[in-house]
Design a protein around this ligand. Structure first.
Ligand SMILES: [Cu+2]
Length: 111
């Protein structure tokens, strides 16, 4: 995520592009950084994740979440177990205005 360009990994949403290729059964660890000056609530469809580390300890939680606020200038690390439901889905900022401007990506989970 960067600045006011509303991107993830430097790219705006493209429904024809797969941004993350995942393998069924894997455990992924993602770090989401937010160099912008506003908070972005990061949301994933299909699977829930566990926040294991963050710039603010209050964001770390043993429970499963589908959304976590990534603070302005901060970062969040979480683990995600890729199980069941193969196929494509999206992850995006949960502020609709940001999502509409391109802050969204597609992942595809395959065997
Ligand atoms: Cu946002």
């Amino acid at each position: 995520m960067s600045g006011m360009s509303f991107t993830i990994d430097g790219k705006t949403f493209d429904h024809e592009r797969v941004d993350q290729h995942l393998t069924m059964g894997d455990v992924e660890e993602w770090t989401i950084t937010n160099p912008s000056m506003v908070d972005h609530p990061f949301h994933i469809h299909v699977w829930q994740f566990q926040v294991t580390e963050a710039c603010d300890q209050r964001l770390v939680s043993p429970g499963l979440k589908d959304t976590v606020v990534v603070p302005a200038g901060g970062w969040v690390k979480f683990v995600l177990h890729i199980t069941d439901f193969p196929g494509k889905a999206v992850y995006h900022c949960h502020i609709l205005d940001h999502e509409d401007q391109g802050m969204m990506g597609i992942f595809e989970a395959t065997a």
